[in-house]
Write a protein that binds this ligand. Structure first.
Ligand SMILES: [Fe+2]
Length: 312
């Protein structure tokens, strides 16, 4: 190969070698503070509910295991994620429907919105899920669910699938027998957080998350390797303003209000999901006493030394 004789020849040579000069980048590699990529957004249960009902009518039981609606962040170029590291979805399961046992490397959790009679079986322990309950299905745990009741059941799923997409260790498999053979019914499980227990813990909690709520309790510590969960009670009125390098999704368990993120105001009510991407200053303004479930990738940032938080 000859030696390039000019800068133009040098840059042309880079292209042919799939290389780039650090002084001559097409896109910067470092910048002083986190960029604003993913967008603040709200998905409203009232809008989703009739769509899920229609999906229940139109999408047959054979696809029922995938009858969920993922919340795709509207930022340009995004194909799947709700915020950079997490995805949220609404799911509806009709009476008699079963999702066969399977496991995957993504960590997942579920918040029940409406309907009784659905059980989730995690590693052979079967728990009935009721509204307000939170259920974990950690990395590689066998899990299945079944609606043995009379109600259509609605819940929210949260998974770290986008984190797995980034790091690539995606594995998924179905249980060889369809369902686990040995199943025990339990009322108490380390992967289930009961609404009544959460409410009682909130009553006695003095943790106000630095003024970001009236009281909060953490479910698990952390709930999953990649996810922390906080159930937060808001009093009527505004919280302080919070900014963190971690990403958050807020699910409205009770109440109504709005979340202000820069110039964006996102109003919410029960069952809605609010996306607060990394490093966006936000505050909540509840118009009545409310409860939010905060789902955040904070453990990832803690482990890697990248958690920065400010409360103003
Ligand atoms: Fe799953």
């Amino acid at each position: 190969m000859t030696k390039p004789q000019s800068l133009d020849e040098l840059y042309a040579r880079f292209d042919g070698m799939h290389m780039e000069g650090g002084w001559h980048r097409r896109f910067p590699a470092l910048w002083p503070v986190p960029e604003e990529n993913f967008l603040p957004y709200v998905w409203r249960y009232a809008d989703v509910y009739p769509v899920l009902e229609a999906a229940g009518d139109l999408v047959s039981t054979e696809f029922a295991e995938r009858r969920n609606l993922t919340m795709r962040n509207p930022v340009e170029g995004n194909r799947y994620a709700t915020v950079r590291t997490l995805v949220a979805a609404y799911q509806m399961v009709k009476p008699g429907e079963i999702a066969r046992s399977h496991r995957h490397t993504p960590n997942a959790l579920r918040l029940i919105l409406d309907g009784r009679g659905t059980t989730t079986t995690v590693n052979g322990k079967r728990v009935e899920m009721r509204p307000g309950d939170v259920m974990l299905t950690p990395n590689w745990a066998w899990h299945a669910h079944e609606n043995a009741g009379n109600d259509d059941c609605y819940w929210l799923d949260f998974l770290d699938v986008p984190t797995v997409h980034l790091l690539e260790p995606m594995f998924f498999e179905r249980h060889p027998n369809g369902l686990e053979a040995e199943v025990e019914d339990v009322e108490i499980s380390p992967v289930a957080f009961r609404w009544e227990d959460t409410l009682a813990a909130l009553e006695s909690s003095s943790d106000d998350a630095g003024g970001m709520c009236a009281a909060q309790v953490e479910l698990g510590d952390p709930a999953l390797d990649t996810v922390r969960l906080y159930m937060q009670r808001l009093a009527k009125g505004a919280t302080r303003t919070h900014r963190t390098t971690a990403n958050s999704l807020f699910a409205v368990v009770e109440g109504q209000g709005k979340t202000c993120i820069g110039d964006t105001e996102l109003t919410w009510a029960r069952g809605d999901v609010v996306a607060v991407p990394a490093w966006r200053a936000y505050r909540h303004e509840a118009s009545e006493a409310s409860v939010l479930l905060r789902v955040t990738d904070k453990p990832v940032f803690e482990k890697l030394g990248w958690l920065r938080e400010e409360i103003a």
